[in-house]
Ligand binder design. Structure first.
Ligand code: NAD
Length: 248
C-alpha cells in the first residue's frame, strides 16, 4: 500500500484508462476522486470499486469548465485535507480529417484536451505547493509525437501541446517538490480504439514489437510508477507505453 494516506484525482475516470488508473491507485492505498463529464457512468464505476473495498468517490466534472474543476479540487481538499496525485486523462478524439473540422469542433477538442489539463494543474498547484509535494501525470499520446496514424489533426495538435505544457510546468514547480510527467500511450483497447475498424487496429498491431494492442492496465502500471513517492527525481519526462510502435 505505497500510496496509503495520499489523495488522487483522476479525470475521464468513468471508463477506459481513467477507470483502470483509479482502480490501480486506489488498490495501492490512495483515496481517489473519480471525475467524469458522464456523471451516471462514473457514479456506477465508483460504486463498483467501493464494493471491492477501495476508497473512491465519484464527481461529475467537465474538465473544460473552470468552475467544475475548482469545485472538485476544493472538495477533495475539504474531505481529505490534501491533494497529492493528479492524472489529467479526460480526452476526446473525433475521427475527422482536416476538411471536415469546423472551428467549433477544433475549439472543443482543444478545450477538453488542453484547457482541461491547464485548469486542473492550475487548481491543484496551490495545495501541492503548500504541501511541498505533488505528482502530476498528463496523459498525452503517441499522436503528440508522430502526428497520429488515424487523421484527427486537432487531436494530434492537442496531444503535442500536452507534451510541451508538461515540460514547461515541470521546470516551474520542481523546487516545490512537485513532479510533472506525461505518458504517451500507443493504441490501447478502449472505446476510443474501438472507433477504428478491426482491420485498422491489426495494421497497428503488426507494426508493434509486442504484437498486440495495449490494455488499460499497461498504462495504469506506468501511472502508478510515476505517482510513487520514490519517483521524485523523474520530471518533465514523457514515458512511451506503446508496445514498441514508436521508439524515441
Ligand atoms: N485509447 C487509446 O488508444 C489512446 C491512445 C493514446 C492516448 N489516449 C488518451 O488516453 C486518455 C483516455 O483515453 P480512453 O481510451 O480511456 O478514452 P475513452 O473515450 O474510453 O474514455 C474517456 C473518458 O473521458 C470522459 N470525458 C470526455 N470528455 C470529458 C470532459 N470534458 N470532462 C471530463 N471527462 C470527459 C468520457 O466521458 C470518458 O469516460 C485520453 O486522453 C486519450 O486521448 C488514448
Amino acid at each position: 500500500m505505497t500510496l496509503k494516506g495520499k489523495t488522487a484525482l483522476v479525470t475521464g475516470a468513468g471508463r477506459g484508462m481513467g477507470l483502470a488508473f483509479s482502480r490501480e491507485l486506489a488498490s495501492r492505498g490512495a483515496t481517489v476522486f473519480m471525475c467524469d463529464v458522464d456523471g451516471g457512468t462514473v457514479a456506477a464505476a465508483a460504486a463498483e470499486l467501493v464494493e471491492q473495498g477501495l476508497t473512491v468517490a465519484a464527481a461529475t466534472v467537465d474538465v473544460s469548465s473552470e468552475a467544475d474543476v475548482r469545485t472538485v479540487v476544493a472538495r477533495a481538499v475539504r474531505e481529505t485535507g490534501r491533494i497529492d496525485i493528479v492524472v489529467s486523462n479526460a480526452g476526446i478524439h473525433p475521427l475527422k480529417g482536416i476538411d471536415e473540422i469546423d472551428v467549433a469542433e477544433w475549439d472543443q477538442v482543444l478545450a477538453v484536451n488542453v484547457r482541461g489539463c491547464f485548469l486542473l494543474c492550475r487548481a491543484v498547484l496551490p495545495h501541492m505547493r503548500s504541501q511541498k509535494y505533488g505528482r502530476i501525470i498528463n496523459i498525452a499520446s503517441e499522436a503528440g509525437k508522430n502526428g497520429g496514424t488515424i487523421c484527427a489533426p486537432h487531436y494530434a495538435a492537442s496531444k503535442g501541446a500536452i507534451l510541451a505544457f508538461t515540460r514547461n510546468l515541470a521546470r516551474a514547480v520542481g523546487a516545490d517538490g512537485i513532479t510533472v510527467n506525461a505518458i504517451a500511450p500507443g493504441r490501447i483497447a478502449t472505446a476510443m480504439a474501438a472507433q477504428v475498424s478491426a482491420e485498422e487496429n491489426q495494421v497497428y498491431i503488426d507494426k508493434s514489437s509486442v504484437k498486440r494492442l495495449g490494455d488499460p492496465t499497461d498504462v495504469a502500471n506506468a501511472v502508478a510508477f510515476l505517482a510513487d513517492e520514490k519517483s521524485g527525481f523523474i520530471t518533465g519526462e514523457t514515458l512511451n507505453v506503446n508496445g514498441g510502435t514508436l521508439m524515441d
